[in-house]
Design a protein around this ligand. Structure first.
Ligand code: KIV
Length: 264
């Protein structure tokens, strides 16, 4: 069993091997996903919605992220572990250093932050200090109130060009991975081709270097809502382990997502 590192993920992009990512929030699911061979596990601040039942991710605290990161780390042997920085835990560079340190100490191998240009100093600062960073562009759920809802981003030409510029700037500042959420397939393809770091999509079409789903969505157990970009693998397989294995297989073979789970 060889541990997945950031170098593994970059090599996978270079070799055209797609990257699978699932969210997990506890040791048991992390272990199950790890055993099925998922490449990366994200402790997403989506836990605010799927575990805590909140309407959005804004109430999630750094203490909660630390708690869940520690649990996931304990269940994971092979997969690369990424932890989300929660809302307003990286508003200043100093705050970013303090809170990213807490997540790394809890067992994360990378931290994820939502945003573009305003984040560049923090991304650079973390990278220079040895903390790997994953960017997150497109639909950034922590800005849901500014965006006017959970909506597809980058449909206007100007917006799409801006997003591409921000992605390039994040890579230049030292980000080593990028999550792209809810953008048209054509824009996701442009970003994926322009960047040398891996781009992981969610609602970003089949052309990205990898795919991530929130575990509750892929099991079809999210409280009120099934996003268009997700697929209920548990309903197809009737067994949790088989559902995870099929998700990974479909990502690897480029069978998920199809146009049905993508946006134009
Ligand atoms: O919080 C989360 O689970 C995420 C994924 C949707 C990428 O950021």
């Amino acid at each position: 069993m060889k541990k997945v590192t950031i170098s593994t993920l970059i090599k996978m992009k270079q070799q055209g091997e797609r990257i699978s990512m699932l969210t997990a929030y506890d040791a048991s699911f992390a272990k199950l996903f790890d055993e099925q061979g998922v490449d990366t596990i994200l402790i997403g601040d989506s836990l605010g919605m799927v575990l805590m039942g909140e309407d959005d991710t804004l109430p999630v605290t750094i203490e909660q992220m630390v708690y869940h990161t520690r649990s996931v780390r304990k269940g994971t042997q092979r997969a690369f572990v990424i932890a989300d920085m929660p809302f307003m835990s990286y508003a200043t560079t100093e705050q970013t250093f303090t809170n990213a340190t807490k997540l790394m100490a809890a067992g994360a191998s990378m931290v994820k932050m939502e945003g573009g240009s305003w984040l560049l100093d923090s991304v650079r600062g973390l990278a220079e200090r040895g903390i790997p960073v994953c960017g997150h562009l497109g639909l950034t759920p922590q800005s849901v109130h500014k965006l006017g809802g959970f909506k597809v981003q980058g449909r206007e030409e100007q917006q799409a060009d801006d997003l591409l510029k921000q992605a390039l700037a994040l890579e230049e500042a030292g980000a080593q991975l990028l999550v792209l959420e809810c953008v048209p397939t054509s824009l996701a393809n442009r970003v994926t081709q322009a960047l040398s770091i891996p781009v992981i999509g969610i609602g970003a079409g089949p052309g990205t270097d990898g795919q991530v789903l929130v575990m509750h969505d892929m099991f079809g157990i999210s409280a009120n809502y099934m996003p268009k970009f997700s697929k209920n693998y548990l309903a197809i397989c009737g067994d949790i382990r088989k559902a995870v294995a099929l998700f990974i297989e479909e990502v690897k073979q480029g069978k998920f997502p199809t146009d049905e789970e993508s946006f134009s």
